[in-house]
Ligand binder design. Structure first.
Ligand code: UD1
Length: 337
């Protein structure tokens, strides 16, 4: 029996592949490589000393996906594939709706056809919108503020409807807070194509000398130092959360959402300060105006994942900075090096 990972060559996908291989799973990856490189999977296999099956395949191409289901006995699917830039989703909403939602529908139809009803889905804390309370619990009202977030919300709703219509389905919706860091080997990490909008890849690019200065978006938030507060979570912790969720869906039925976060918030300035300390590099920054659409404070209540999955984050902000830096300094141009 195999586990299929859609989008398995990406940042979170590749780290999850590695954890699953190390746990002894047989894995199959389907990725169209639109925002990832096959090199990540080569390195995953090097680190683990184990091999995986890779298909360069697009979820929107139903015929291209079929052989995967014919050639492997798939037990469950971990579904990462999708577009993920908030900014791009505002400019190209139809592309986002089509890729993320139609892609998921095709995947689920293929799964149904082959009688596979176990799914772990990459959702996002972005669907809490401007949450009224922190720490954020899973039963907070959901609200998307941009097309990207709306695709995640709509897909969660689709899975809920599916689970009502067919109680044989077993689905875990994993709501990620702010994934960052890299594998401690420094061999795999985040390698965004195009423009960087997330803070850590931007920071490491400034530290490595490829970019000049970090713009800190907003110094007047109602937080201790005025900058935005987020729940940064190490990608290896996040990947392990997927292993736990997979173990749960394989043995149960029904649908549940889980926050994957540390439960601790750090401000942008605390992040920069920690990064400078850990990397030994100084990171020039300037405080500029707020970025439209940003919330002041977001961090998880991760209790449910601990109670029901037996998972909690173990790595701290120093680990995230040290590992992100090791990855970036060893691979200044990412996988293109
Ligand atoms: C963003 C997405 C979110 C997505 C998540 C994935 C937005 C509005 N939200 O979350 O939907 O799920 O990434 O990782 O894009 N910051 C700076 N300077 C920068 C970049 C960021 O000061 O150059 C600040 C932001 O204002 C924020 C914090 O750093 O306070 C984190 O930002 P970012 O890494 O972009 O993540 P989010 O905006 O939280």
């Amino acid at each position: 029996m195999s586990i299929l990972l859609t989008g398995g060559a990406g940042f979170i996908g590749s780290h999850t592949c590695l954890e699953l291989l190390q746990e002894g799973y047989d894995i199959v990856v389907a990725d169209n490589l639109s925002n990832s490189k096959a090199e990540s999977l080569k390195r995953v296999q090097e680190i683990s000393g184990k091999s995986l099956h890779f298909y360069k395949a697009d979820l929107l191409d139903r015929e291209g996906m079929e052989p995967i289901f014919r050639e492997h006995e798939i037990e469950a699917v971990v579904h990462f594939a999708g577009l993920k830039s908030v900014e791009q989703s505002v400019r190209h909403p139809l592309e986002y709706y089509h890729t993320n939602i139609t892609g998921t529908l095709i995947l689920v139809e293929l799964m149904q056809k082959h009688n596979i009803k176990k799914m772990v889905f990459s959702s996002s804390a972005t669907i809490y919108g401007n949450a009224k309370r922190v720490p954020i619990q899973e039963n907070e009202p959901l609200q998307a503020t941009n097309p990207y977030g709306r695709t995640k919300l709509i897909i969660e709703e689709i899975f809920r409807d599916l689970s009502i219509a067919d109680p044989e389905w077993s689905i875990s919706l994993l709501r990620y807070f702010n994934p960052t860091g890299a594998h401690p080997s420094g061999r795999i990490g985040e390698d965004p194509t195009g423009f960087r909008t997330n803070i850590m890849p931007y920071l490491t690019q400034v530290a490595v000398g490829n970019l000049d200065i970090v713009n800190v978006f907003g110094g007047d938030y109602p937080t201790e130092d005025g900058t935005g507060v987020r729940d940064y979570i190490h990608v290896v912790d996040l990947a392990r959360g997927h292993v736990k969720a997979l173990q749960k869906v394989v043995g149960t039925k029904g649908i549940e959402a889980y926050n994957l976060g540390t439960g601790r918030g750090y401000s942008v300035l605390e992040l920069i300060d920690t990064f400078e300390r850990v990397s030994g590099r100084s990171v020039p920054y300037q405080v500029v105006s707020r970025r439209p659409g940003d919330v002041a404070i977001s961090y998880a209540d991760p209790q449910k994942a601990w109670a029901e999955l037996g998972w909690k984050a173990e790595k701290n902000l120093e680990d995230m900075c040290a590992d992100a830096w090791r990855w970036q300094s060893n691979n200044p141009q990412g996988y293109s090096d």
